[in-house]
Design a protein. Sequence first.
Lengths: 171, 171
Amino acid sequence: MSEAGKQASLDAEPDSASLVLSEFLPYRIVVLGHLISRRLARAYADENITIPEWRVLAVISQANAMAARDVVAKTPLDKMAVSRAVASLEEKRLVERQSDPTDKRVAALRLSAEGRALFARVAGLALDYETRLLATLAPEEQDALLAILAKLETGAVAVSPGGFPAPANSD
Amino acid sequence: MSEAGKQASLDAEPDSASLVLSEFLPYRIVVLGHLISRRLARAYADENITIPEWRVLAVISQANAMAARDVVAKTPLDKMAVSRAVASLEEKRLVERQSDPTDKRVAALRLSAEGRALFARVAGLALDYETRLLATLAPEEQDALLAILAKLETGAVAVSPGGFPAPANSD
DNA sequence: CCCAGATTGTAACATATGTTACCAATTCTG
DNA sequence: CAGAATTGGTAACATATGTTACAATCTGGG
């Protein structure tokens, strides 16, 4: 009932094109991401803000004012996540919301003075972390990383496991 | 009450070393990770397994049998996550658990035939995705990426935002 | 004008993940 | 061989995240 001794022997190497998790590139990138994310979270844990909140702060800080939908556009957060983060930031008096008279659905979001101060503090730590992280790489590697990241950011969206080119809903 | 016109003007570039989220390296890596994670999830969504479950399958598949604690060691999942994933996999008859007579706390985990088959299917898609993703890079870049990843994996653990060298609890 | 979409944001629920505490089994120490 | 300390695993709760549905606008034809 079998070809040449090809039964599932207990110690044989797996013949289905082996996938070893620890060497699987996408997995390694994902895990690295989690790791970095957790390290960074320490920089704002003291300030009592979450990751989505931090992202919202960072994006708003780049403009004088911005609608929630713009935060959605500039961020991997969906609108519900932004809604929650903004609500929380507003309670903490870090963000102020001023409703737009010409379109009552929208409200302009801007950082309060405290919000700006908090952001500055955290940004300092974050940039410091970035510097330290980059310092573990050789200068050529740092350049290479930027180029590679840019390509992967594009590629990861375009490419799909099945082979089909990315279902309409393109994150 | 001030040096040369250094007040916070509304349109001035932020003088606290500006952090632009979209150019912030750790952020980019984290987001790329999420993106890849979601793409990959499509490969097993059809098979109705979650990410932790997939990881457990992948790790177990590399050995004939393995205790839950070993999965914890080889994975970024904590023991609770592994416990849940294993429970679910057992219900789906993808993993079998055989308690160890010499140490009744431990149970050997191994893939069922169906588990092995499912893993092979998904691994195929996953490896395919990896290939496609890598194909967006030039050959030198592919090599560079591996080297860089290795360094960052080490570096991200060692380095902390504050400057202090990594609190005991080292993920 | 006014109605058929689209857009912006939130409520309310379902899942998933993290945290703490704990039990049972084992090992260590004298 | 008693405790005491450690280890493997899970229960039970708290929190976070994802999903669906919807209310309140707004917009663009006829």
